[in-house]
Write a protein that binds this ligand. Sequence first.
Ligand code: DAH
Length: 337
Amino acid sequence: MKEQIKKVLKEIEDFEILTEENLENFRKNFLSKKGAIGELLENFKKLEKEEKKIFGADLNSLKKQAEEKFGVKKDSLVSGQEEKNDLDLSLPGQRMPQGSRHPLSIVQNTMINIFKEMGFSLSVGPEIEDDWHNFSALNFPENHPARDMQDTFFIEKDISLRTHTSSVQVRVMEENEPPIRTISPGRVYRNEAISARSNSFFHQIEGLYIDKGVSFADLKQTLFHFVQRFFGEKTEVRFRPSYFPFTEPSAEMDIYLGTGTEEDYRLTKGTGWLEILGCGMVDVNVLENCGIDPKVFSGFAFGMGIERITMFQYGVKDIRTLFENDKRFLDQFKTLT
Ligand code: DAH
């Protein structure tokens, strides 16, 4: 009996189980009634009481071992199959969620590209600015209301968050010799009550063109070309006289919506004309402040708000929507670039 148990134990240990068929054969050979262990049990029954005592435990542990091996192999075969099922190489890949550009970026990039076509370069300046670049060099008188605490976020006495991108004009003129043709997009800050129409920060694009013999006609033609490219060829524009400390003469430019819709009425207070930018010939004092000889050079500048145009383009009714980062809003711009 002892020899038989040993033999079967060795057979159990040596039996290779790689497939389900192997597993079934293992069960038949060892665990079924007619298998090797069943046979041993039958023989065991015939033994004397004393002998039963000797071999009972061995036989039990043999059975346990066979059952254990069967269980372990069965589990691994089943889980192996599950893994195989998980890995269906014919399935399409998982799509990565696609992001979208912010509507302000879409509008800003479109504007930049139009001016680039006309030979304008891109320049940027700091958002924390000193009094000289934000105000003094731009010919703001010492007591000008724009310097007031009401409009400007001061950091310390002569340092503030820039209130307009015109500060970049100054930096570009100080650092470069004419001819200069540049646009400067960026974020600006004003200490204003937040409402559907105004926010404490927003974005502008500044334009600057300095060369010999630059005239107001060049300014008009440049902006007219921009409007045609951006809003469409048939868009009408008008210039209204205005005042800015850093330009002389100064103007504001409107485009004609004239669609007679409620939207048009809301934006233009019933006139049909939407103001989109301020502009003018760079003041002689500004040129001098920036080290450019006004007897040799002249130039024009303009500054345009990006939010208002974006709101008009996409029918956004509340400026705050642009800064809430609500995915439901932003997802609507997925197909645009
Ligand atoms: N800086 C002005 C503003 O923030 C806009 C502006 C007007 C810019 C006339 C200019 C300009 O360059 O010539 O309202």
